[in-house]
Design a protein around this ligand. Structure first.
Ligand SMILES: *Cc1c(COP(=O)(O)O)cnc(C)c1O
Length: 386
């Protein structure tokens, strides 16, 4: 089976992890610091805080922005459940803004309309967390403008977007947000096994994220309530979690990060090749990138109206093509339906989902593998329409 995504682990990656195994530190130590510094350099941010996974990273971002009971976080339905769940972990409410039918990320006009209503009704969000879906930068500047008018904070969910350029600016530079969240799950652009990170230019927010990542304890006398009683002394000043990344994972991350440009270049090459090879098929292909560069975490097509997507999906899998679907609209999951969401609430996300199909795309994919995907897709599509 050609998978839809797969990690690319080199001998250097393996050596980097083994080196840590022979060192005095296994969990958060010098390798985490090196990984954070390397990431800060690549994304162009003042601070990077590495964490256990991308879900932990979204949770910590919400906590550090003081999201709590009575507050609201808005995201899009076309995301992984983790983005919305970050609100629920904090005891806050999650709500959604529909997507743009072509770019598949947040529809800024829908956001503006919803904010206008929320202002009248006193239900404005404290945090908006848009998603750089598939690696394409959402309209960061437009969302930032709205945040100034309505006073919400911005968390960028960049699980798909390390290596993405927004104009000339790397995603992660926080040019138009408070904090950016990354994931290093094996299907993502670079991997640490499980892993995530946050970037920010806000010193106080970075301190808070570091503290919340480690139970909420501080060893910094400047942040303590009492005088230190000795060198062993630390204080628990707020309730945090153990969301630390290990040095084993961080060493893998630093080694992978060194190849990010190569990975993203190959993904772009493959995406351009898909554009060409699929040009004559009746599929809606990804919207062109006008300003910047997508990291191309995903290459998503939409099947023609009237084609049975489920049958096409099953036939492609049967033929060894590991297609996927991203994403089931979050509000349609039973947990969110119990909170009152229903089909029809976000029609663009729902209509997109019915026709969405993610084609295999990963840095180590060969042209031959891609040709097989295209060949099977043409065959099955011809069959489905016959
Ligand atoms: C993968 C993903 C996450 C969660 O990341 P994990 O590291 O798997 O916890 C969050 N948001 C989006 C959009 C994702 O694709």
């Amino acid at each position: 089976m050609i998978p839809y995504g797969r990690q690319d682990i080199s001998e250097d990656d393996i050596r980097a992890v083994v080196e840590v195994l022979r060192s005095p530190f296994l969990t958060q130590g010098p390798a985490v610091e090196r990984f954070e510094a390397a990431l800060a350099e690549v994304v162009g941010a003042q601070h990077v805080v590495a964490v256990a996974n991308g879900t932990a990273s979204l949770h910590l971002a919400a906590l550090a922005l003081d999201l709590g009971p009575g507050d609201r976080l808005w995201t899009v339905p076309n995301t992984y459940v983790a983005t919305a769940n970050a609100a629920l972990y904090c005891g806050a409410e999650a709500d959604f803004v529909d997507i743009h039918p072509r770019t598949l990320d947040i529809d800024v006009e829908a956001l503006a309309r919803k904010l206008e209503v929320a202002e009248r009704e006193g239900t404005l969000p404290k945090v908006v967390a848009p998603v750089h879906f598939s690696g394409r930068a959402y309209p960061t500047q437009a969302v930032h403008e709205l945040s100034k008018r309505y006073g919400f904070r911005i968390v960028e969910d960049a699980a798909h977007a390390i290596g993405t350029l927004d104009g000339d600016t790397p995603i992660g530079a926080c040019e138009h947000s408070d904090v950016v969240s990354f994931s290093f799950h094996p299907v993502k652009l670079i991997t640490t096994g499980e892993g995530g990170a946050l970037s920010t230019n806000d010193d106080a927010l970075a301190d808070r994220l570091r503290r919340l990542r480690s139970h909420g304890v501080t060893r910094d006398p400047a942040h303590m309530v009492h005088e230190p009683e000795g060198a062993w002394y630390f204080e628990l000043v707020e309730l945090g979690l153990n969301y630390r990344l290990t040095d084993l994972q961080a060493a893998l991350g630093t080694s992978q990060l060194a190849r990010l440009e190569t990975f993203v270049a190959r993904r772009n090459e493959l995406a351009a090749r898909y554009d060409e090879l699929l040009a004559d098929l009746p599929l809606e292909r990804p919207a062109p990138i006008e300003n910047g560069r997508s990291a191309f975490h995903l290459y998503v097509v939409q099947v023609p109206h009237g084609v049975d997507r489920a049958a096409l999906f099953a036939n492609l899998r049967e033929a060894g093509v590991g297609v996927q679907v991203h994403f089931i609209p979050v509000h349609l999951h039973p947990l969110y339906r119990k909170k009152g969401f229903a089909p029809g609430d976000f029609p663009v996300s729902e209509a997109y989902y019915e026709r969405a199909l993610t084609l295999p795309l990963f840095a180590a994919m060969t042209d031959d593998e891609q040709d097989r995907v295209v060949e099977q897709l043409s065959l099955q599509l011809a069959g489905a329409r016959a």
